[in-house]
Design a protein around this ligand. Structure first.
Ligand code: TYM
Length: 342
């Protein structure tokens, strides 16, 4: 029995997206679509995480432009700045400050187990930035500076979220403050949590894949979307009648999953309709669905990208509201840690 008092503050949602390139269908289904739904039921903060972006080299000339583009994508996907707080990480200093404090709570061994560092650092980890190694600690600070309780993300973030829980728990114990930080819960489940590359159904769809044919970008026009789906790597067999039949067919499973996520149905329901049919039938139906979902977003995105003044006003307002939530949390943290003047 665990009788340690647990967090009993209000529920709050936080999530972040890196401004490292155009968003794709994986970001949309794994994250943005969930953000849009959650803004109606929860207090939400959605953050463009530029401090995380610089863990890998970024061109200073394009970082701010990419940051505005992600904000525009948030709005184009349906986030309403009157409902959700939309802001930039570097505009709120609490993230960096709390990350430092958490650096002294997190253990080396915990970070050494992070698979994303191993993937991103590649073979030459001696030359990776310290920031890349420390990345998940900053992510914990993002969430906990607002005492967020729920974090909608794709499946690739699962391990980082577990680390956030470990850091929150250890901090609470270390400073004798049971229940001070919540142990944030990931919201991952559901179709679309792991959208795979169109060229290789065993790898996730990613901004950094050198092949543009591997992903569908939110900005792609209808023709490009249809072409990419037509060229998606599958196999010659027709679709199976049941989900079990997708085992060992990653390309087919991925397309069925994308269809299910966009239509708001299960994989089995997709197969109830398309089982026994070939990709010559299924791919055009999928392309229509993707085009219907993404073209309105793409058009709105183009309109918003032409209005940086509006985006900046949203981000300015968001930063002020975010600071106001983080300030009392950070005052308590400083007091708990024992910093002078608190
Ligand atoms: P990032 O910028 O890589 O991705 C943004 C969101 O998109 C999800 N995602 C996917 N979902 C399904 N299928 C895919 N192929 C796919 N690719 C990406 C990601 O899971 C994510 O939800 N570390 C985070 C950013 C971050 C953050 C945070 C998230 C920083 N601080 C605090 C939550 C809470 C990242 O790199 O996301």
């Amino acid at each position: 029995m665990n009788d340690t008092p647990s967090y009993n503050g209000p529920e709050r949602v936080f999530s972040g997206v890196q401004p490292t390139g155009a968003l794709h269908l994986g970001n949309y289904l794994g994250a943005l679509k969930k953000f849009v739904a959650l803004q109606h039921s929860h207090d939400c903060l959605f953050c463009i995480v530029d401090l995380h972006a610089i863990t890998l080299p970024q061109d200073p000339g394009t970082l701010a432009a990419n940051t505005r583009k992600i904000a525009a994508a948030f709005l184009a996907a349906g986030l309403d700045p009157r409902r959700a707080i939309i802001f930039v990480q570097s505009a709120v200093t609490a993230h960096a400050e709390l990350a430092w404090i958490f650096n002294c709570t997190a253990r080396m061994g915990w970070l050494e187990r992070m698979t994303q560092f191993k993937d991103k650092a590649g073979r030459d980890k001696e030359r990776a930035s310290v920031g890349l190694f420390d990345y998940p600690v900053l992510q914990a600070a993002d969430i906990l500076a607002y005492k967020a309780t729920h974090v909608p993300v794709g499946e690739d973030q699962k391990q980082h979220l577990e680390l956030s829980r470990d850091i929150a728990d250890r901090f609470n114990r270390q400073y004798g403050a049971p229940g001070f930080f919540p142990l944030p819960e990931p919201l991952i489940k559901g179709p679309g949590a792991r959208v795979m590359s169109l060229k290789d159904g065993t790898r996730k769809m990613s901004k950094s894949d050198p092949s543009d044919l591997s992903r569908i970008n939110l900005e792609d026009d209808a023709e490009t979307i249809a072409r990419k789906i037509r060229k998606a790597r599958t196999d010659p067999e027709p679709l199976p009648a049941t989900v079990d039949g997708l085992a060992g067919r990653p390309g087919a499973a991925n397309l069925v999953g994308i269809y299910a996520a966009l239509a708001g149905i299960s994989d089995q329901q997709v197969l109830d309709e398309f089982g026994g049919k070939g990709f010559g039938v299924f791919k055009p139906a999928l392309a229509d669905l993707v085009v219907d979902a993404l073209t309105p977003i793409g058009k709105e995105l183009a309109r918003l990208n032409a209005d940086p003044g509006h985006i900046d006003a949203v981000l300015q307002d968001g930063a002020e509201r975010a600071r106001a939530i983080a300030a009392p949390v950070m005052a308590d943290v400083r007091r708990l840690v024992g910093f002078w003047g608190n």
